[in-house]
Design a protein around this ligand. Structure first.
Ligand code: ADP
Ligand code: MG
Length: 340
């Protein structure tokens, strides 16, 4: 059977099942942005690993070595932040093909170093084709601050920590050789760190589920709905009650740069860019509806110039509904990025 018919997440489910009976006591394994390992009564270690493959995640002629070094680490750190954790250290394994220069390596590691997170080890090998980068990042969090994908509840507001779609627009600009959209390309190559935001949101009791947006809201929110439905079914000993969500498309925040670009590029679909393109690397979270106004006000005070944007609400519908001015939009197929 072809792997394609199983899909990336089907394969991950199979792996998860195979190892489900040997999870160390108290640990959380496959299924969230990081695995969780309790290290004391009050503290947990979170661990994530992410791979970047030349030709799949980046094109070396389009991204500088410095940017690639920084971005490779940043995408791991956003997984750590999404748990409410503070990054502690990292490990880097790198496969390098023939022809890579010393200068390229120097720049790559300078970019990695720019984020100020310790690199404690790794592995270096040759690669028959293309650069392969694998980073493992570890973070620490007071266990009571942990934010999991399974913590969404019906009635919660759905929030994002920044405007959406700039990175997707940047990728599209790169692929269409439209270097004039420099701000979007910058967003694609240099995701803004959400470390402090994740730690702060972790400490807020009214925040339920949290994850980072790597594949787009349409796909990533599904993970929150699935994990939270499962957790509730276990808690209530029932199988019914699949969670769903309503996304108000008019509430989706767009940057000025993306708005301007969309006015020119009429064939760029705003919904696809904001909901089904990947690599925004901001935070997607849910919060108790009655506490949301205060949470938003305190967040804006804590992070001047930034804000949390409400994009919708968790409901019982079992699926994601997109609405515009109260009307449900036709079920457009909004798929995030899939590897298989
Ligand atoms: P993210 O986008 O947050 O990095 P992924 O979608 O890559 O998360 O992975 C989802 C979950 O599946 C994570 O818990 C991750 O650790 C797990 N996972 C992915 N690939 C594998 C694998 N090959 N073996 C074990 N776990 C995996
Ligand atoms: Mg993630």
């Amino acid at each position: 059977m072809e792997l394609k018919s199983l899909g990336e997440f089907g394969l991950i489910d199979k792996i998860s099942e195979l190892f489900g009976d040997i999870i160390p006591h108290g640990c959380l394994s496959i299924g969230d942005d990081c695995a969780v390992i309790p290290i004391s009564d009050r503290e947990s270690l979170v661990v994530t690993t992410d791979m970047l493959v030349q030709g799949v995640h980046f094109l070396p002629e389009r991204i500088s070595a410095w940017e690639l070094g920084r971005k490779s680490l940043a995408v791991n750190l956003s997984d750590v932040a999404s748990m409410g954790a503070r990054p502690y250290c990292t490990f880097l394994s790198i496969g390098l093909p023939e022809g890579v220069s010393q200068e390229w390596c120097d720049e790559f590691f300078r970019g990695y170093r720019s984020l100020g997170i310790p690199l404690l080890g790794g592995d270096t090998t040759s690669s028959p084709q293309g650069v392969v980068i694998n980073i493992t990042a570890l973070g620490m969090v007071p266990t009571s601050n942990l934010k999991l994908r399974s913590h969404a509840r019906v009635g919660d507001q759905i929030l994002v920590s920044s405007t959406l779609g700039d990175s997707g627009g940047g990728l599209r600009a790169l692929l269409e050789n439209k270097g004039q959209y420099a701000e979007l390309i910058e967003a694609h190559h240099n995701p803004v760190s959400v470390t402090e935001q994740g730690i702060w949101l972790g400490s807020q009791r009214c925040v339920g589920a949290m994850m980072d947006l790597s594949d787009g809201v349409a796909s990533d929110l599904q993970h929150i709905l699935k994990a939270s439905s499962k957790a509730q079914a276990i808690a209530c000993k029932t199988t019914s009650g699949q969670l769903g969500a309503t996304i108000k498309t008019e509430n989706i925040p767009l940057s000025e740069a993306l708005k301007k670009t969309l006015n020119i590029e009429k064939s760029w679909d705003p919904l696809k860019l904001t909901l089904a393109s990947g690599e925004d690397y901001c935070l997607l979270l849910t919060a108790q509806a009655d506490q949301t106004p205060l949470l938003k006000a305190q967040y804006a005070q804590q992070f001047p110039g930034e804000q949390l944007h409400n994009i919708g609400q968790i409901d019982h519908s079992g699926k994601i509904n997109l609405t515009k001015a109260g009307e449900i939009l036709p079920d457009i197929h909004l798929m995030g990025f899939r590897h298989f």
